[in-house]
Design a protein. Structure first.
Length: 202
């Protein structure tokens, strides 16, 4: 039986002949499309992986914050007790009652130590610039030689809980000349019904 030449003219690629130009072009187009899809799904995977990593980090940070600040409300309720101890110490010193002062001082120092172990510390205010993030202004008064909006007196201590304000400090702030003049005018006109002046924001 005579063997036929597979390259005989007229034969198609499916019939054993060489692939046509159209077939090669179609294969190249499919290859290009497959490469595009590969890059698309690779980019999609990387973006989803990054989103999940960010979500995981946020979840971990939230969990740490919840644990770190879990006792915030409880510690805030202890601060008035510290205030009472400080007032008792001042009164005891005024009365020159050494035994009383020493007892209260001991309790006071133990309480401060416990608060410090929980991350609670008082922050300094006198001489600092007034900032609404840390201070509550009760009053403005003119103070010679002191820049405006400077804390000149602390009425109630402020406390930090780690890097967060647990309680704002209640303070008295130096006034600008215009504020002082306004205060004098109000006093001459019968006062301002007891409302404290609030520092203007810079």
């Amino acid at each position: 039986m005579e063997e036929k030449d597979p390259k005989e003219p007229g034969k198609t690629a499916d019939q054993g002949g060489e692939p046509s130009k159209e077939s090669l072009q179609e294969l190249q187009e499919k290859l290009v499309e497959a490469e595009k899809q590969k890059e698309y799904y690779k980019d999609l995977f990387l973006r989803k992986a990054a989103e999940f990593d960010n979500f995981k980090r946020r979840a971990e940070a939230d969990s740490i914050a919840i644990v770190r600040f879990a006792n915030e409300d409880l510690l805030a309720t202890v601060l008035p007790i510290i205030d009472d101890l400080e007032r008792s110490l001042k009164q005891g010193k005024d009365l020159q009652s050494n035994s009383f002062s020493k007892g209260v001082e001991l309790i006071y120092q133990k309480m401060l130590k416990i608060l410090e172990m929980q991350g609670v510390k008082p922050f300094e205010t006198v001489g600092k610039e007034f900032k609404v993030e840390y201070h509550d202004a009760l009053l403005q008064i003119p103070k010679e030689g002191v820049p405006p909006h400077t804390v000149v007196e602390e009425v109630e201590k402020g406390y930090m809980y780690h890097d967060k304000v647990l309680r704002h400090a209640k303070v008295i702030v130096s006034a600008t000349p215009s504020d002082a003049d306004a205060g004098s005018t109000q006093e001459q006109n019968g006062g301002d019904n007891g409302n404290a002046m609030v520092p203007k924001d810079k």
